[in-house]
Design a protein around this ligand. Structure first.
Ligand SMILES: Nc1ncnc2c1ncn2[C@@H]1O[C@H](COP(=O)(O)OP(=O)(O)OP(=O)(O)O)[C@@H](O)[C@H]1O
Ligand SMILES: [Mg+2]
Length: 376
């Protein structure tokens, strides 16, 4: 029977596919069981949602309810209400019935027209929507009163709320700070600048309100073990190709899985992944990712591209040669570095600023060497 590729790279993965992160799971579970709030900040595609799901499973096993709200792309308070309602749909049947009943009472009234036609009530005034949101945010209290169980609420892509309106984090805080025994909260987000704005700015309601848990790159030893096992379980051997894979992935979880996926695809059934298979996998990866990498690159300011290039090639950003090469002032370079960090394109690890996405970094290096010509 043909084997299926065991490396998932384009959606949150289940606990058995999650490399490492045991320490983070245990730490978060302890905190939320104790009623503390946690802020899970990590770059894009670092496994935040996967980790939330694992935490959710463990929280349920420990007797809590688990609710995961995804705020990605929310634009209005009405959207926020919809996302909260959707999240309670995934509860287990018992608490779900309770939540549904409460949600029903919060929905805009539906009146019956003269001919028996159902008429949605006219768009609700702000105040009604505000009350509905408060009711939805307070759902854990109702669940606690009825089930005696604490609810763990995970707000994924929490920073997206900032796009809704400037007061919405105040509304959230004003409700959830009363939840005491009833709920614990995890706030996950990938945009460092916006997360810092929500939790790090004195004037904002969530200032200093949650324990911060960063996600570090994965250790190479764990990646080797995971990739080796998955190859072996599907009749292949990873062989010498693991070295360049580790070098390129630099501990980035999704990039490591993406590269492993392509490498597996290129390795013959019952065969060993050799250098030639790695080269083919690399070409496949870049061919597939080219549009996305280019779009990211094109969205950067010219000075940001210069600083990113310097960091990707390991040149000192403020060195005289770098500044001259890119026609940058020190102030300009500083500003561009801050903008890159704010948007999550670079991050400081072991006191060194590094590109977050190793594929983008490699793409940029190759691009430079090709004198701006296409890679393929
Ligand atoms: N610890 C891990 N072990 C194995 N794979 C991982 C791990 N963390 C992330 N991944 C890989 O990254 C991919 C994306 O994971 P996930 O969606 O959980 O990340 P995310 O941080 O929520 O991403 P986004 O920023 O896009 O929301 C997964 O499909 C998987 O390939
Ligand atoms: Mg996610």
């Amino acid at each position: 029977m043909a084997q299926l590729n065991p490396f998932v790279f384009n959606r949150p993965v289940s606990a058995e596919d999650l490399i490492d992160r045991d320490r983070e799971t245990v730490q978060m579970l302890r905190l939320v069981e104790g009623g503390h709030a946690v802020r899970l900040s990590a770059p894009r595609r670092y496994g935040k949602t996967s980790l939330l799901r694992r935490l959710g499973d463990e929280a349920e096993m420990a007797g809590m309810n688990y609710v995961e709200v995804d705020f990605y792309g929310v634009l209005s308070r009405l959207d926020v209400a919809g996302r909260l309602e959707d999240a309670y749909e995934t509860l287990r049947p018992g608490p779900q019935r309770i939540a549904r009943a409460v949600i029903q009472t919060l929905r805009p009234a539906v009146s019956v027209g003269a001919a028996g036609v159902r008429l949605e009530s006219r768009p609700q005034p702000e105040e009604r929507l505000g009350r509905r949101l408060m009711g939805l945010l307070d759902l854990p209290v109702q669940l606690y009163e009825r089930t005696g169980r604490r609810t763990l609420v995970a707000f994924d892509e929490f920073q997206a709320l900032l796009a809704v309106d400037p007061g919405i984090d105040g509304l959230f805080r004003s409700r959830i700070q009363r939840h005491g025994e009833a709920a614990s909260y995890v706030f996950a987000g990938s945009h460092p600048g916006l997360m810092a704005q929500l939790f790090g700015a004195h004037e904002r309601p969530f200032f200093g309100q949650a324990r911060s848990l960063p996600l570090e790159p994965l250790p190479n030893s764990d990646i080797v073990e995971h990739v080796g096992k998955r190859f072996a379980a599907t009749g292949r051997e990873v062989g010498p190709a693991i070295e360049p894979l580790l070098d390129l992935a630099a501990g980035h979880p999704q990039r490591a899985m993406l590269l492993a996926h392509h490498l597996w695809e290129r390795t013959p059934d019952q065969g060993v992944a050799e250098a030639e298979h790695w080269q083919a996998a690399l070409r496949d990866t870049f061919a597939e990712q080219d549009d996305a990498l280019r779009a990211t690159w094109d969205a950067l300011e010219v000075k940001e591209r210069a600083v990113f290039t310097a960091l990707a090639t390991g040149e000192p950003v403020f060195g005289a040669r770098t500044l001259e090469r890119f026609n940058l002032s020190k102030g300009g370079a500083q500003h561009a570095r801050e903008a890159l960090a704010h948007a999550g394109h670079i991050r400081r690890l072991d006191d060194v600023w590094r590109p977050v996405d190793p594929l983008l970094a490699r793409w940029v290096i190759e691009f430079q060497h090709n004198g701006g010509k296409d890679l393929h």
